[in-house]
Design a protein around this ligand. Structure first.
Ligand code: COA
Length: 170
């Protein structure tokens, strides 16, 4: 998945490069981003951005020639799991919905899987709304460990079937 390059009207999704670390750091090193995602610590050390572009199972989201966030589908024991984040100054323009549609379309096209998993913290309405627009449904409650808060917090597990995605995209 790290090898893909995908294009939509406004966005390029492409593999990370070492030179992306500054953009990654600028966009992710923000409490409002970090507090909603599982793994990154707070404060976010600059070196982690270098590690992220070297190792993350994710594609960079490029908008107007700058990396503004990342999106990926990680292979988990239960199947593919969608995760994403975007720098705050780019929120509210439909960009993550556009990125997620692009990646998920490629996922269903290239893989035999009939469904895709994700989750969100119960107070993360923006994440749920992005997922809902793709056709995800809520399938149950869960606990999500958020490293930056050192806490297990209430979340919701979600599921997108190939059929629901096709229906929403039609
Ligand atoms: C979640 C996130 C990626 C959304 O990115 P985005 O580009 O702003 O998303 P979009 O603009 O495509 O869609 C957001 C939707 O949520 C809605 N929304 C945003 N904040 C909302 C809120 N507080 N209450 C209700 N709806 C909200 C927007 O109106 C929009 O819906 P609409 O198209 O029906 O108007 C971004 O907020 C982010 O990176 N947050 C921090 C990291 C994160 O939460 N990652 C996901 C972890 S599960």
């Amino acid at each position: 998945m790290r090898d893909q390059t995908l294009k939509s009207e406004r966005l390029l999704l492409r593999p990370p490069r070492a030179g992306d670390a500054d953009d990654v750091y600028r966009n992710i090193s923000d409490w409002d981003v970090i507090r909603m995602i599982a793994r990154p610590p707070w404060p976010y050390p600059r070196e982690l951005a270098d590690e992220f572009v070297r190792t993350a199972e994710a594609l960079m989201i490029e908008f107007e020639n700058q990396v503004i966030g990342a999106i990926g589908i990680a292979d988990r024991s239960f199947g593919g799991n969608l995760g994403f984040w975007l720098g705050k100054r780019h929120w509210g323009k439909g960009l993550m919905t556009e990125a997620a549609r692009l990646l998920v379309a490629a996922y269903f096209e290239n893989r035999g899987d009939v469904s895709l998993h994700s989750s969100y913290l119960v107070d993360n309405t923006a994440s749920w709304r992005v997922q809902e627009k793709l056709g995800f449904i809520e399938v149950g409650s869960c606990t999500l460990h958020i490293n930056s808060r050192g806490a297990d917090l209430p979340g919701t597990r979600t599921l997108l079937t190939r059929t629901a995605f096709k229906a929403k995209s039609a």
